[in-house]
Design a protein. Structure first.
Length: 112
């Protein structure tokens, strides 16, 4: 089975603990199904250890990971960063899905 790399985009900075928790729960669900999720929200912990980096640094960093993902899953909620990631995905031919049901329907895990 070919792994399907899923970039999880959604709000972070407006409520880091809650939004990070939501992203992790989503990633756990996807991982249990066999997807390979990437959780940019985990940089919250990186900043706790090393100090804060500016917004643009993180978005540029995240775009490097998004570029190698197969699909972007957009979590609900207002987020300039996630909206920018959706635009980046569109500009680079990376499909965008809105929710796990949409992901599972459009990118089912099948044996090759």
């Amino acid at each position: 089975m070919k792994p399907i790399r899923v970039y999880i985009a959604g709000p972070i900075s407006s409520n880091p603990p809650d939004h990070t928790r939501t992203a992790i729960h989503t990633a756990n669900y996807l991982m249990a199904l066999g997807y390979v999720p990437y959780v940019p929200h985990l940089t919250v912990f990186w900043e706790m250890v090393s100090g804060q980096k500016d917004w643009e640094t993180w978005l540029t960093y995240d775009e490097k990971w998004l570029a190698v993902c197969d699909v972007l899953l957009r979590l609900p909620g207002e987020s300039r960063g996630a909206d920018r990631e959706v635009a980046f995905a569109g500009d680079h031919g990376i499909p965008v899905v809105y929710g796990t049901t949409d992901l599972e329907r459009r990118f089912p895990l099948t044996a090759n």
